[in-house]
Design a protein around this ligand. Structure first.
Ligand code: GLP
Length: 248
C-alpha cells in the first residue's frame, strides 16, 4: 500500500489527473473505473483541460462508473449520470458506447440483469486497469456501506442514514437505495487510487489504512490489494503521522 500526502486539494487533484492521464497515454484501450462526489471534481476539470490542449485522446477509453442512486432520473441534477455528462463526458471525445454507468431508471425487476450485464461488460473489456475511488466518512467505497461482504458484485443496496444525510441537502426527498459495483468488482481492478480530502475523512482513512481489515470499515479491504495508492491532502491524512510519499 502506498500513501501519498500532498499539501492541498489542488495538489492531489493534479496528481490524480496525471495518474489517470498516464493510463490513457500508455494503454492502447484503457479501461477506467470512475467515481463521483465532490472530491474528484477538480481531477475531472484537469482531464478536460488536458483534452482541450490536445494532450489526451479519449477515443479508445472505456469507463465504468462505480455507482448511481436508485431510483433516479438521468436528468435529475443529483444523479451521477448527469454529473458525469457535465463534468467529463461532454467535455472530451469519449464514445457514447464506451462510457458505462448504472441506469437509475431501470425497472425494479430488471435491476439484477442490468447488474449482471454491467459485470459482463467489464469482463469483456478485459477488466479495469485503474479504478479511482472516493471514500465516505463511514468508510464506504462505491456504495458498499459498512457490513458489506467482500465477495459482493454489482447490485442494488440500501443507503445508510448517514450517507443520505451526508450526500443530500434535502434527505426527505432523497432516493434510499443505489446500484453499486461490489467490493469484489472494485478489488479485481489492477490498480486502485483512492482520493480523500478534508479532515472529515481522516477517521475513515486511518481505519482503512492502519486499522484491522473489517467489514465495518469497507475501505479497509484495500489493504489486501497489491497495487493501491491512497492520495490524501493534509486534512484527510491528519490521523496518520506520515510524511509525503511514505510507503507502509
Ligand atoms: C458517494 C459515493 C462514493 C464517494 C463518496 C464521497 O457516497 N458513492 O463513491 O466516494 O460519495 O463523496 P465526496 O467526495 O463528495 O466526499
Amino acid at each position: 500500500m502506498k500513501i501519498e500526502i500532498r499539501d492541498s486539494y489542488g495538489a492531489i487533484s493534479k496528481r490524480a489527473a496525471n495518474l489517470v492521464a498516464r493510463e490513457i497515454v500508455v494503454k492502447e484501450k484503457p479501461v477506467l473505473g470512475l467515481p463521483t462526489g465532490d472530491t474528484p471534481k477538480r481531477m475531472y476539470d484537469i482531464l478536460v483541460n488536458y483534452y482541450e490542449e490536445g494532450l489526451l485522446d479519449f477515443s479508445e477509453v472505456r469507463t465504468f462508473n462505480l455507482d448511481e442512486y436508485y431510483p433516479i432520473s438521468g436528468n435529475d441534477p443529483r444523479s451521477f449520470n448527469k454529473y458525469m455528462e457535465d463534468r467529463l463526458f461532454e467535455g472530451v471525445n469519449i464514445k457514447n458506447k464506451n462510457s458505462h454507468i448504472f441506469n437509475g431508471e431501470v425497472e425494479e425487476k430488471k435491476i439484477e440483469p442490468h447488474c449482471r450485464g454491467y459485470e459482463r461488460k467489464i469482463a469483456d473489456a478485459g477488466g479495469i486497469d485503474l479504478i479511482v475511488l472516493g471514500i465516505g466518512e463511514n468508510g464506504h467505497i462505491g456504495f458498499n456501506e459498512p457490513g458489506a461482504r467482500f465477495d459482493t458484485v454489482s447490485r442494488v443496496v440500501e443507503l445508510s442514514k448517514d450517507t443520505i444525510e451526508e450526500n443530500f441537502e434535502d434527505p426527505g426527498t432523497a432516493p434510499e437505495r443505489a446500484i453499486t459495483m461490489g467490493i469484489k468488482t472494485i478489488t479485481q481492478s489492477r490498480k486502485i487510487l483512492l482520493l480523500a480530502s478534508g479532515e472529515q475523512k481522516a477517521r475513515a482513512i486511518k481505519e482503512a489504512t492502519t486499522g484491522p481489515v473489517t467489514r465495518e470499515w469497507p475501505a479497509s479491504v484495500l489493504q489486501l490489494h497489491p497495487d493501491v495508492t491512497f492520495l490524501l491532502d493534509k486534512g484527510a491524512g491528519k490521523g496518520l503521522d506520515l510524511d509525503t510519499g511514505e510507503e507502509i
